[in-house]
Design a protein around this ligand. Sequence first.
Ligand SMILES: CC(C)(COP(=O)(O)OP(=O)(O)OC[C@H]1O[C@@H](n2cnc3c(N)ncnc32)[C@H](O)[C@@H]1OP(=O)(O)O)[C@@H](O)C(=O)NCCC(=O)NCCS
Length: 162
Amino acid sequence: MNSPVQVRNAEAAEIGWLARLWREGWVDAHLEIVPRELARARTLESFRERLANLVASVRVVGPSGAPLGFHIVKDDELYQLYVDAEARGSGVAAALVADAEKQIAAAGFETAWLACAIGNARAARFYEKCGWRRVGNMINVLEIPTGEFRLEVWRYEKSVAI
Ligand SMILES: CC(C)(COP(=O)(O)OP(=O)(O)OC[C@H]1O[C@@H](n2cnc3c(N)ncnc32)[C@H](O)[C@@H]1OP(=O)(O)O)[C@@H](O)C(=O)NCCC(=O)NCCS
């Protein structure tokens, strides 16, 4: 289905804005449900560094310099999806997820997957509404500045075969 919401590549100058959006969305969704050690590692600077490394893969919705949300795909994984609190419930997230699915399908994968923190009920409801299915739990290996952090998560999958 075509979405009227335009999704575009992020600009390097948007990294600072996107890092704040990511940090705020991460706090909203995760602070209460993940271990303290992980929360301590998720500083604004850590999000800025990750975005600087990944900027070529970041897709956004919203005006230049002030995006409303973004996604990052890595191979067959919808690796990140964040929408500003003010733009939640507006269709921005649906446009982003559709764009991510299209990208994964175009790269030749039949099934897309993502990890969702156990207890992130809003995101879970959103993914299920978009046709994703929870297939079980898995251990996700997360990047933190001191190395890796292993977190049990819900694994979601969706068939994206064209
Ligand atoms: C996850 C996210 C991208 C979804 O986008 P969104 O615009 O909020 O999604 P929608 O509003 O279309 O859908 C959310 C659904 O959850 C429901 N919901 C809201 N709060 C909820 C809660 N606490 N528990 C369960 N469901 C909830 C909404 O009512 C809606 O369902 P409905 O359309 O059937 O009424 C967005 O909320 C976000 O960026 N969250 C913070 C970051 C995050 O969690 N990212 C995902 C990491 S895996």
